[in-house]
Each structure stands twice: as structure tokens, then as C-alpha cells.
Design a binder for this molecule. Structure first.
Ligand SMILES: *[C@@H]1O[C@H](CO)[C@@H](O)[C@H](O)[C@H]1NC(C)=O
Ligand SMILES: *[C@@H]1O[C@H](CO)[C@@H](O)[C@H](O)[C@H]1NC(C)=O
Length: 486
């Protein structure tokens, strides 16, 4: 009887997921947005079934953080990137028609990037990508007369600022023929570009300066007259002579005064820094030496507290594959058919150990190898496993993590970057329940990674390993995480 039930459950699970298969489609071409205006990021499911009951999440592919989340029939933006606050909107009527396009208002230059639109039903998921390019139109160009040269030409300069991305600047003569600039300068302040080009003209007449982007253009015209050529010549000669004299005198005085003062100061500072440097060098060497002796002893002591950790498939996210012996976990490409009764991870790709501990010390080791996205540590029995989680002590998680090439611990108020000299292959986790201490070690290089101290535990702690959020999971050649037994 049990067997028949199970078969029925599996068969219905499979047909269910077939009937709900869909693809998520984004635009093939980049979407262009204008800074300060509003833009629609298109995304829809094919065939166009309603996504009202599904989870729709928009996030930045490069920042890997949430831009907009719709779940359980409402918008839930508590984990949203700060700069998107109040600027995103999903049209709920459109969701019925399978249209999950995101409306983004008051576009900023920092909004430029690749976005993922991730749509997940109970048994299926897919995503589409939208490439957003932002353009900002700068100030109208300004042409000024900048000087004149010996052969009688007039130097003109054209400037314009506030553009994004970098615009093209072009000089045109009265016939509309493009002239080449003599010097070109581009500056980037915060995120916008300013450009400045110069040209020398030898005849009076009209000249245009045109600044343009792919979809926008601004232009200014200047009439150069014969008068300009003559008056510039006289005034420029006078002014140049005067300026040169003043500058030379100034430089001579400054150099004389400065040389004397600066030299002494520099010498003192130099020797002080040298001393400080060698003192620090010496202290560091001593510490490293001590660490080399102490840590292997400490780790072998910690190992005496090793416990047999077996991963609990009933706590695992439906996309995780936990081996039969409960010693290995990896991320699969589909969602497993699972019962919903148990408190399991539903967004975050996590899994707990079967057994929890509520006193004394315990220790276990996890082999992470070359996996580039993982979290591991311990968690409270009662901590939340549903939705977006912040794996911090406040939320009942004491973990360290790797994201690409960076490592972090998550203290309550902030993420603490960890600077590790080598990439750890195997990590030891030590917990002293009564002292309120959770420590992490790189077992192969015998170095300490991070310790949470002065924590207070008042319920069972479970070993916990994970691989990022399901919707952020982009790790193509995923490596299995292994609980070590030797
Ligand atoms: C999807 O909804 C947006 C508004 O959010 C609308 O501008 C767009 O035209 C809709 N797309 C389709 C294919 O209906
Ligand atoms: C430039 O000269 C033209 C005539 O050649 C005149 O129509 C125009 O108003 C002048 N523009 C400026 C800015 O002086």
C-alpha cells in the first residue's frame, strides 16, 4: 500500500510539473533608459499563463541582490537594495497575463547593468535576462575663445558636462563638414562625463560644436568675425608677457623658501617610518611563528570533540541533492518532489545536520574544495528557514561564507571581510556551547579564520551548510560539499 501511494505521489508530481512548464522571456536587445525618467524592464512567461500565484523576483546579476520581490501575492521588499527603494513597481493586473515586467522610475546611472527576472512556481522555475543601458543628457555645449596662435589662428574651446556614457564631440564648419579636434579631454566626476575639445580656425565664419550620444544630441553655434581675430592678437600678446613675468618671479620665491623647510621634515619623517616598519615586521614574524606552533596543537585538540554529522534531507531545499549516507550535498538542476510538512529551506539552498547539540563542545569538518559559493556553520533549532535570510547571529546563524573570491563572516551589524592567505579547502567548525563560542579554522593551512565570542545559546544548535539562494545560483560547475569523517 505504501509503495502504491508513493508511486502515485511521484507520478502526480511529474505530470503536475509538466503541465506547469513555461519559459521566461526577456528582450533580445538592450533596454535604453534616460536618467531621471522611467523605464519598463520587459519580462513575461510563454505560454502566457498567470503568474499571480508564483514567486517573481527581480535582481541585479552583477550585485546579486534583490531589486524587487513578489511572493505570496504581495510585494515584499525588505531585502531590497537600498538605492531601489520606492522606485520599483510590478503591475499586479499584468501578472495575470503572464507579464512580470518591472517599472523602474527616476532612473539613475547606477541602475545600468544586467537584471534577472526569476519566476518560480511550486514545481518549476526559469529566468530571463534584461540588459539595461542608461543614458544621461548633459548641458548644452559652450564655445569660448581660448587664445590665438602666431600664424593668426583663433583657438576655440567647446565644453559640455553631465553626460553618460561618454559622448562624442564634433566640430562642424558652416558647410556641415566635420573638422578634427586638436586636443580632446574627458573627465569623469562621480558617474558623469564632461568633455572638452579645442580647435584652431583661421577664417571668420560659422562653426558648430555638436555633442551626441546614441539617441540624443545637443549643438551650439558660434559666429567668428574678423574683429575677433584682430583684438585677440593685441590683447593676447600683452597679457602673455605680463603673466609670464609674474609667474617666473613667483616660482623663484616659492622654490627658495620651500626647499629649506621641506628637506628637514622629510628626512625626519622617513626615519620614523622606517623604525615603525621594522618594529611591526618583527612583531608580525613573532606572531606567525607562534601561530605555527600553537594552531596545529589546538586543531588536534579540537578534533577530539569531533561529532558524526549526517545531513538531514528533510531540512534541505528541494533543489539540493543529499547523498544516501548524508555526507555529501550538491545543487541539482530540478526541484525534487518533497513533502511540505517539515520546516525546510525554501529559498536559500541550505541543509542542516540531523542531530543538534545543547551542551559541551563539538567539532566537524567540511570539505569545500573549489566551490566558490558556500556558507557553513551552525544554526538554532528555531531559526527561520523560509524566504530571504540573513545568516547572522541575530537571526540564529553563526557562519562564514565564500562568494566568488571573497570570504565573509556575518556579525550582527555588518559583514566582516576575511582576509585569508590561501583558499581553504577544508574548514573546521568548533562550538563551545557553554562558553558561547563558534570558531572556524582552515584545516589544511592550520590557520584561524574567524570566531564569534560571547554568544548566548539557549536551544539546540545544528550544523548547517548551504550554497547561496536558489535564484542567485549561477555556479555552472558546482562542486559537492562533503562532511569529512577522517
Ligand atoms: C507588460 O506590462 C507593462 C507594464 O508593466 C506594459 O508596459 C507592457 O506593454 C506589457 N507587455 C505586454 C506584452 O503586454
Ligand atoms: C550668426 O550669423 C548669422 C548670419 O550669418 C546670423 O543669422 C546669426 O543670428 C548669427 N548668430 C549669432 C549667435 O550671432
Amino acid at each position: 500500500m505504501k509503495f502504491i501511494c508513493l508511486t502515485l505521489l511521484l507520478v502526480s508530481g511529474i505530470t503536475d510539473s509538466r503541465s506547469e512548464q513555461y519559459t521566461v522571456v526577456g528582450p533580445a536587445d538592450p533596454v535604453f533608459a534616460v536618467a531621471g525618467e522611467e523605464v519598463i524592464l520587459p519580462c513575461s512567461v510563454k505560454p502566457s499563463i498567470s503568474v499571480v500565484d508564483m514567486r517573481v523576483e527581480w535582481f541585479r546579476l552583477d550585485l546579486k541582490d534583490s531589486v524587487h520581490l513578489y511572493e505570496d501575492h504581495e510585494d515584499r521588499n525588505t531585502e531590497q537594495i537600498q538605492s531601489y527603494r520606492g522606485r520599483t513597481k510590478l503591475i499586479h493586473q499584468e501578472l495575470q497575463r503572464g507579464n512580470a515586467s518591472l517599472k523602474l522610475s527616476t532612473v539613475q546611472i547606477s541602475d545600468e547593468g544586467r537584471y534577472k527576472c526569476f519566476i518560480q512556481s511550486k514545481s518549476w522555475f526559469d529566468d530571463g535576462t534584461v540588459d539595461v543601458r542608461v543614458q544621461a543628457v548633459g548641458s548644452p555645449p559652450v564655445i569660448t575663445v581660448d587664445g590665438f596662435d602666431r600664424s593668426g589662428g583663433l583657438h576655440l574651446q567647446c565644453e559640455s558636462e553631465g553626460w553618460y556614457p561618454e559622448p562624442d564631440l564634433e566640430w562642424l564648419d558652416s558647410e556641415g563638414v566635420s573638422l578634427s579636434s586638436e586636443t580632446t579631454e574627458t573627465h569623469r566626476n562621480t558617474d558623469r562625463f564632461s568633455v572638452k575639445h579645442t580647435i584652431t580656425v583661421y577664417h571668420s565664419g560659422k562653426i558648430h560644436c555638436r555633442v551626441k550620444l546614441r539617441h540624443h544630441m545637443l549643438e551650439t553655434l558660434m559666429n567668428t568675425t574678423n574683429n575677433m581675430f584682430i583684438s585677440w592678437r593685441t590683447s593676447v600678446i600683452l597679457i602673455s608677457v605680463l603673466v609670464v613675468l609674474v609667474v617666473i618671479a613667483g616660482i623663484l620665491i616659492a622654490v627658495f623658501v620651500h626647499k629649506h623647510r621641506a628637506h628637514d621634515q622629510l628626512q625626519n619623517e622617513k626615519s620614523r617610518i622606517q623604525n615603525e616598519k621594522s618594529r611591526i615586521q618583527h612583531e608580525r614574524d613573532q606572531l606567525l611563528q607562534m601561530q605555527k606552533i600553537i594552531l596545529p596543537k589546538a586543531v588536534s585538540h579540537l578534533r577530539t570533540h569531533t561529532v558524526n554529522v549526517i545531513l538531514d534531507p528533510d531540512s534541505a531545499h528541494p533543489r539540493l541533492i543529499v547523498s544516501h549516507d548524508g555526507k555529501q550535498v550538491e545543487c541539482g538542476n530540478t526541484l525534487n518532489a518533497v513533502d511540505g510538512g517539515k520546516e525546510r529551506f525554501d529559498c536559500y539552498l541550505g541543509v542542516l545536520g540531523k542531530d543538534g547539540f545543547s551542551s559541551g563542545c563539538f567539532y566537524f569538518e567540511v570539505q569545500v574544495k573549489d566551490q566558490t559559493e558556500w556558507d557553513l556553520g551552525v544554526t538554532r533549532e528555531s531559526s527561520n528557514r523560509s524566504g530571504s535570510l540573513r545568516l547572522s547571529p541575530q537571526k540564529g546563524y553563526w557562519t562564514v561564507r565564500r562568494r566568488d573570491v571573497r570570504y565573509w563572516a556575518l556579525a550582527d551589524s555588518q559583514s566582516v571581510p576575511l582576509s585569508l592567505r590561501v583558499k581553504p579547502q577544508r574548514i573546521g567548525v568548533f562550538v563551545d556551547y557553554d562558553q558561547g563560542l563558534v570558531s572556524f579554522y582552515d584545516v589544511e593551512s592550520m590557520s584561524h579564520i574567524y570566531t564569534y565570542t560571547d554568544q548566548s545559546f539557549n536551544e539546540k544548535l545544528y550544523p548547517c551548510v548551504g550554497l547561496e539562494y536558489m535564484w542567485k545560483w549561477t555556479n555552472e560547475n558546482s562542486t559537492t560539499l562533503i562532511i569529512c569523517d577522517d
